[in-house]
Design a protein around this ligand. Sequence first.
Ligand code: SAM
Length: 295
Amino acid sequence: MRIGQLLLSEKNVSRVDLIGIVSHVLSLSRERILMEPERVLDEAEQGKIGHAVGERRKGKPLAYLTNEREFFSEPFYVDESVLIPRPETELLVEEAIRIIRTKDCPVVLDMGTGSGVIGINLLKNGAGSVLCTDISPDALAVARKNAHALGLATGIAFVASDLFSALKKGRSFDLICANLPYVALHEWEGLMPEVREFEPKGALVGGMKGTELYEKYLGEIGDYLKDTGVLLCEIGSEGQAAPLGAVLKKSGFEVTVLHDLAGRERVIKAFVREKAGHPREAGRGFAGGGGAEPR
Ligand SMILES: C[S@@+](CC[C@H](N)C(=O)[O-])C[C@H]1O[C@@H](n2cnc3c(N)ncnc32)[C@H](O)[C@@H]1O
């Protein structure tokens, strides 16, 4: 069979996905696949493509079939032990890079790193050092593999930890980022089968309401953030920013919410509010109020 025939013959898998599968099996770019419709596929290639197409028909996401997803213009290895990185998360990364650029050699924590997309991009974009943590050792192995593949040998470390449990008290960060699970248990059944049947539930469900894990995390975060530090966390469904923001405000944080391109509340940004009677050290402080950035 020729590539062109194959692309025309399959009706149940989208053309984009078919091209992705063929390009992965033949180790050729998508452009080359389109430029070589007359190329004859040998038996082994047809077998591998047929198998992947069958899996795709059953709903397996393309990223798990090709073991790749692009994020922030970098190719990341993914498998079923990690969430497939979502484009919405780029908003958090963009904001994190803006914050990093206001600081000198910032120390960053990426909590719930999964495939490592946040931490790795922050190290590539100016972080002094990054600690990536996750409760899943399999996810950490993927993150480590990605750091290695993207040429990051130093400045990045990986630690298995249930939230902050494996981190020493007193260890503090200039920036803490997290994209922790935030889907409510009752929403899980309503998710697309492609997500529900293939992506790790532990990377998606944050508790009955969805916000329980974040509530616990935000309750502990004050012990690990420098006085001048900033935290960013990605949130999900509408209505999560208010209760999570309230947890932070109660602990003395100044909170703002960033919206994604669809206008949805997507990222909570917070930093420690200056306490009355406890002025910050000269040069380390920031102009209180007005949402000014701590340096
Ligand atoms: C929504 S995924 C995000 C993955 C990645 N940061 C991203 O943005 O694509 C959430 C990650 O949090 C991890 N996680 C879940 N519960 C955790 C916990 N209690 N402590 C640390 N990590 C946790 C999951 O294993 C998963 O990798």
